[in-house]
Design a protein around this ligand. Sequence first.
Ligand SMILES: CC(C)(COP(=O)(O)OP(=O)(O)OC[C@H]1O[C@@H](n2cnc3c(N)ncnc32)[C@H](O)[C@@H]1OP(=O)(O)O)[C@@H](O)C(=O)NCCC(=O)NCCS
Length: 165
Amino acid sequence: MSRRKAARAEATPPPVPRCDLAIRPVRRGDLEAVIAIDTQVTGLEKRDYWRSVYRRYGEAAAPGAQFLVGESGGEVIGFIIGEVRDWEFGAPPCGWVFAIDVRPDARQSGIGTRLLESISAGFRRAGVRKVRTMLASDNTLILSFFRSQGMMAGRFIPLEMDLDG
Ligand SMILES: CC(C)(COP(=O)(O)OP(=O)(O)OC[C@H]1O[C@@H](n2cnc3c(N)ncnc32)[C@H](O)[C@@H]1OP(=O)(O)O)[C@@H](O)C(=O)NCCC(=O)NCCS
C-alpha cells in the first residue's frame, strides 16, 4: 500500500457492517425518514412527491410494485423502489428500479447491495428474469454501484427533447 493510501485508510475508519440490518416493506411511519434521506442526498425536499409515491408503491401497492426500506438500530437508513413493467417499449415484462438511496453516513457497508438483492428477489418471485434501471450519465457513484452488482449497458437508449420554444 502506498504511503498516501495508508494515510487515507488511517484517517477514514472502515465502515462497520450493520448486523441488525432488516430489509422490509415501507410503512407510513417511515415516510419522514425517506423524505429526510432524499432531501439530504438531492438538496430538494419533495414532500408531495413522496406522499404520492407512498400511495402508489407503499401499503396499497399493485402486484409487482415494491417500496422497501433498510432499517438498522430502529432507524430507516436506506430505501429502494421499483415495479414490474409489462411490455414497455415492446420488451417482455421486467423489473424496473427507479429509486435507491442510502443515508450518506451509512454507505459502503453493504446496504445498497442488500436493498438491490431484496428487490431483485421480489422481481424473481413475480416471474421476471431481468432488472433494468436508468441513471444520470454524470452520476459516477450510482454507475459504480450498479456495475458492481453486475448491471451492464442494455439495448435501450434514452431520448428526450425540450417542449418549450
Ligand atoms: C449508490 C448507493 C445506493 C450505494 O449504496 P451503499 O450502501 O454504499 O452500497 P454498497 O456498500 O452495497 O456498495 C456496493 C458496491 O458499490 C460500489 N460503490 C459503493 N460506493 C462507492 C463509491 N463511493 N465509489 C465507488 N464505488 C462505490 C462498490 O463497488 C461497492 O462494492 P465494495 O464495497 O466491494 O467496493 C449510495 O451511494 C447512494 O445512495 N448514493 C446516492 C444515490 C443516488 O444518487 N440516488 C438518486 C438516483 S435514484
